[in-house]
Design a protein. Structure first.
Length: 533
């Protein structure tokens, strides 16, 4: 590595099997190593006078693996500028800095990108079929998400408690706000100019605030959890962080993209309940998405979340639909309709919360929370969780607002659901002919999953939709109790053959007996097929 002028150091941070490891520093003419999809960081001394956040522009052009990628930098305070790069390919990557500050321009260096370590599957991207998620190496990502809006802004002890809870929970995605929406220890993302709630300077970020936030992104990465970073929210008009001018919004979006975008576990959510932020029009949101796409060379996943009306999720800068709608996952067919219109992966990130408060959006039973996850699965979509259990009756102090510990009963059942998902076809489970009223998912001719919700059936007459005789064959059947978390193998085998023009039936047995309890499912896996154990 050849670093000239006023370079301080470069360091490579790898997100490996367990997450982020300690940085390995390379100084002088050393050569830093970083694994593919890890994090390589360049830190440089530069101008500290004036307003470095606005006056100084910095980017670095990386060349390697036949590609050229320009990565924006950011000011981190005390005269230090950083550029963070997550290399998408192995090999030697050479870089050269660009800046309007002479001391930061024309610096050069290189990093050696090695093969990813075990457990590093790369960032999450959209699957080739367009409806599911996979890691960059093709490993399926089966989304079981949760929301804890301001957990990252709480005390060190409360954050430790939240992370300890997540370590034993099934959740692999956490939705979290950059700007606080409830009582928090950290509340000032911008430099304050006075004692009033709106006495802050939108042109000057507080680097300590953002260091704190990115540390929580790293800690989620240690646990294998995606950080769904929500940039705007409508809940704090007193401070007004979500009501900045367009130029200030642009600077904010570019800053967080440069600062967080190289962490491979980052997703972007432009806003929570975007349609409640009265200071921004749809054209403003479109513009901010354009700004984000331009500022993020790592091309992380992007969405926006609603409350009363949907954003147009078919717009090309939206990678997946983030939906608030509890009724849509009261059955699988309504869930599938959202996917059919979006033509993209759908996550029902908010479906009403498990809890015991008197608000209608915060008193869902654990049974109904789990049921909505299953309906979403059968509809070929994904669902999100949170909790509003609070002895004081204040949801701000619950898992939803501040994190801490889980009080409800759904989490173990969602871990069981995740296991069923992982045993199913890759990259995910798709609805099978839902437009004809079938509450069946899987892969025709290989795998069928039928969920019965809160009905109490004594038996299920075997009938699965199939367009061709190639789906006929020999299957093993399991009865899945989604609440009691058991899988009971049905004796013998199920021979599926043409029952009528549209269905396969099991003429030899006709029906499979069920225990007359709610929340049962049946799984059929073809013997010798891809969905078989």
């Amino acid at each position: 590595m050849n670093i000239s002028r006023r370079a301080v150091f470069t360091n490579a941070v790898a997100l490996g099997a367990a997450g982020f490891v300690q940085p390995a520093f390379a100084k002088g003419r050393g050569r830093a190593e970083v694994e593919q999809w890890g994090l390589y960081e360049i830190a440089l001394n530069g101008p500290a006078g004036g307003n470095p956040f606005r006056d100084t522009q910095l980017s670095t052009v990386f060349e390697g693996a036949g590609r050229i990628i320009e990565v924006p930098g950011f000011y981190d305070g005390e005269g230090v500028y950083r550029v963070r790069f997550s290399p998408p390919e192995t090999g030697v990557w050479r870089w050269k800095s660009r800046s309007n500050a002479p001391s930061l321009s024309g610096l050069t260096g290189e990093c050696i990108v090695t093969a990813p370590t075990p457990g590093n599957h790369g960032p999450v991207v959209i699957s080739d079929d367009g409806f599911h998620f996979v890691h960059a190496d093709g490993t399926p990502f089966r989304q079981i998400g949760t929301t804890s809006y301001s957990w990252a802004l709480q005390s060190a002890e409360k954050c430790r408690q939240t992370l300890a809870t997540l370590a034993g929970a099934p959740f692999n995605k956490m939705r979290m706000l950059v700007f606080p929406n409830v009582a928090s220890v950290a509340t000032d993302p911008f430099v304050r100019t006075g004692a009033g709630p709106k006495d802050w300077d939108a042109t000057r970020f507080d680097p300590a605030y953002f260091r704190r936030f990115e540390d929580k992104i790293r800690q989620l990465g240690d646990l294998g959890i995606q950080a769904d970073v929500i940039l705007y929210q409508p809940y704090d008009p007193v401070r007004g962080y979500s009501d900045m001018s367009r130029s200030d919004d642009e600077a904010y979006v570019r800053y967080v993209a440069a600062r967080f975008g190289a962490f491979r576990n980052v997703w972007w959510s432009m806003a929570n309940e975007f349609d409640l932020i009265e200071s921004k029009s749809d054209e403003d949101w479109d513009h901010l998405f354009h700004t984000l796409v331009d500022a993020d060379p790592h091309d992380r996943l992007r969405s926006i979340h609603n409350i009363r009306r949907y954003y147009d999720h078919r717009k090309p800068w939206i990678t997946h639909a983030s939906i608030q709608n509890g009724a849509a996952v009261d059955d699988s067919i309504r869930a599938e309709l959202h996917r059919a219109f979006a033509l993209k992966p759908v996550i029902f990130d908010e479906v009403v919360y498990e809890g015991d408060i008197d608000k209608r959006w915060g008193n869902l039973s654990a049974e109904k929370m789990v049921e909505r996850f299953w309906h979403g699965l059968i509809g070929g979509t994904y669902v999100g969780h949170s909790e509003t259990y609070a002895a004081s009756g204040n949801p701000d102090h619950s898992w939803l607002g501040q994190g801490g510990t889980l009080q409800g009963e759904s989490a173990p059942r969602l871990a069981f659901l995740k296991r069923i998902m992982e045993e199913g076809p890759a990259p995910g489970i798709d609805p099978v002919q839902p437009w004809w009223g079938y509450h069946v998912a899987g892969r025709e001719g290989e795998y069928y999953l039928v969920y019965f919700g809160d009905t109490r059936l004594a038996e299920w007459t075997v009938a699965v939709p199939a367009r061709e005789d190639s789906a006929a064959g020999t299957y093993k059947a399991d009865i899945i109790d989604t609440w009691n978390m058991t899988v009971t193998e049905v004796d013998g085998v199920i021979e599926l053959s043409r029952g009528n023009e549209y269905e396969l039936h099991a003429s030899a047995i006709g029906a499979i007996a069920l225990p007359q309890r709610p929340y049962q499912a049946i799984r059929l896996r073809r013997i010798g097929g891809n969905g078989n154990p």
